[in-house]
Write a protein that binds this ligand. Structure first.
Ligand code: SAM
Ligand code: SF4
Length: 461
């Protein structure tokens, strides 16, 4: 075992990157690295990047500038700090990153994290290392598992990647190029990982993948398993109280998954189902291969099985050729579904994607105006959704201490944040909570069997 060293991993972008960041830290642990939350003290800083929109990539370069100053300060103290860039920007830009920012020592693509210890050794020998090849081996087979105390530190709710990559090629999206073809992990490997997590105290597992409901990993009999079947299997793992999954594609929302929502009490009544646009012409130009009607039918089928389902979505405004009338169709879809929240983005032309080359690019001011209007519509629905919880008693999984002494923070089944006053021993359990006040993003409540409702001020609103 080498001398203790510290690694700081900063995640940009989606939950898949958060999961990958944890796995990178786990893989470096046997090489003597412990995690630190402060980059200044680190011997190795890894920026785990996202390439989905232009601003995301630019943020990375400005972050590299910030870390370079820390590296220079460390060097003045006689300490060598290494800087690594990982994730989708690394995958897409490769050695261009070191050309543009020579302070970077290592560029590692999203499929190669298991090789990090070896790459670090090469950097220490004075090499600049770039590894963005798609390897033949499965990184999940060779990535180290986290230790029990590390799992416990990361909390009772965690992500598990079950599927990676995408073959759908939406015309705006870089994922098929940066994350590669769709691959699903075998059921038994996921079950083993979830068992390890629950033994260490995890109570909620969110299965993640770029197209998580396209999951088709081999089951114990070698035949492909659906996401619904995987969820049913995981619901049997002792200690699993709650299951969630994201991000789904409307095309892969099959009858089995719809049935799982109706059947499985552990599967939470919340679906993140990106639609991107409410206009069929734009959906076709995006190569989404579903229509507005298809989307509304899926929502109806899911609600028929479980009528309290909450839906969130992703939207892109200002896709090339989008007219005001097209955009209004997105607004009416929002009203029809009544989303409880959404991520929304102005279209960002990504080099190498078909949409970047399309005529009729929408001017920036129009994109900003539509984004603003769309977000106002979403906020209105989100407020209405949350307001409906005042006075209701719901199950809350208590996750962690809040900002105030005696306060705990948890989640409702619908993924709302809930704050209550309760003892820390309740962390990891589901309690009945009566909602006494509704904030813009948070519900405030009290244990139903105690009902000492804190005022909003006391709960730190
Ligand atoms: N696989 C998911 C799906 O099918 O919708 C989403 C994956 S993507 C990582 C997350 C979101 O980023 C997309 O749903 C989309 O709204 C947004 N996005 C992707 N490419 C974009 C682009 N070029 N411009 C703006 N937003 C984009
Ligand atoms: Fe990107 Fe479309 Fe694949 Fe989602 S389905 S990751 S938006 S290409």
């Amino acid at each position: 075992m080498s001398r203790p060293r510290k690694v700081h991993v900063k995640s940009f972008g989606c939950q898949m990157n958060v999961y990958d960041s944890h796995r990178m830290a786990d893989t470096l642990a046997p090489a003597g690295f412990t995690e630190t939350t402060s980059p200044e003290d680190a011997d190795l800083v890894i920026l785990n990047t996202c390439h989905i929109r232009e601003k995301a990539a630019e943020k990375v370069y400005s972050e590299i500038g910030r870390i370079r100053e820390m590296k220079e300060a460390a060097a003045r103290d006689g300490r060598h700090m290494m800087i690594a860039v990982a994730g989708c920007v690394a995958q897409a830009e490769g050695k261009e990153i070191i050309r543009r920012a020579s302070t970077v020592d290592l560029v590692v693509g999203s499929q190669n994290y298991h090789r990090l210890p070896d790459m670090i050794a090469r950097v220490q020998d004075g090499e600049k290392v770039v590894d963005t090849e798609f390897p033949v081996e499965d990184k999940f087979d060779v990535l180290a598992a986290p230790k029990r105390d590390v799992i416990a530190r990361r909390g009772i709710s965690t992500f598990v990647t079950v599927q990676e990559g995408c073959d759908k090629f939406c015309t705006f999206c870089v994922v098929p190029y940066t994350r590669g073809a769709e691959v699903s992990r075998p059921v038994e490997k996921i079950v083993t990982e979830v068992e390890r997590l629950t033994e260490a105290g995890v109570r909620e597992v969110t299965l993640i993948g770029q197209n998580v409901n396209a999951y088709h990993g081999p089951g114990p009999d070698g035949r492909p398993s659906t996401l619904g079947q995987l969820l049913r299997r995981l619901a049997q793992v002792p200690g699993v109280l709650r299951l969630r999954y994201m991000t789904s594609h409307p095309r892969d929302m099959d009858g089995d998954l719809v049935a799982a929502h109706a059947e499985l009490p552990a599967l939470m009544p919340y679906v993140h189902l990106p639609v991107q646009s409410g206009c069929d012409r734009i959906l076709a130009a995006m190569n989404r291969k579903h229509t507005r009607r298809d989307y509304l039918d899926i929502v109806a089928r899911l609600r028929a099985g479980r009528d309290d389902l909450a839906f969130t979505s992703d939207f892109i405004v200002g896709f090339p050729g989008e007219t005001e009338a097209d955009f209004r169709e997105t607004l009416t879809l929002i009203d029809e579904v009544g989303f409880s929240g959404a991520y929304s983005f102005a279209f960002s032309a990504r080099p190498g994607t078909p949409a970047a080359e399309m005529d009729d690019q929408v001017p920036q001011e129009k994109k900003s105006d539509r984004l603003h209007r769309l977000q106002a519509a979403i906020t209105r629905h989100q407020r209405g959704f949350n307001a409906g919880f005042a006075g209701r008693t719901i199950d809350v999984l208590l996750e962690k201490p809040g900002r105030l002494p005696g306060q705990l923070v948890g989640r409702s089944p619908y993924l709302q944040t809930v704050q209550i006053m309760a003892p820390p021993k309740l962390i990891g359990s589901i309690k009945r909570v009566t909602i006494t006040e509704v904030g813009s993003n948070t519900l405030f409540g009290a244990l139903a069997d105690e009902m000492h409702a804190p005022t909003r001020a006391a709960a730190g609103a």
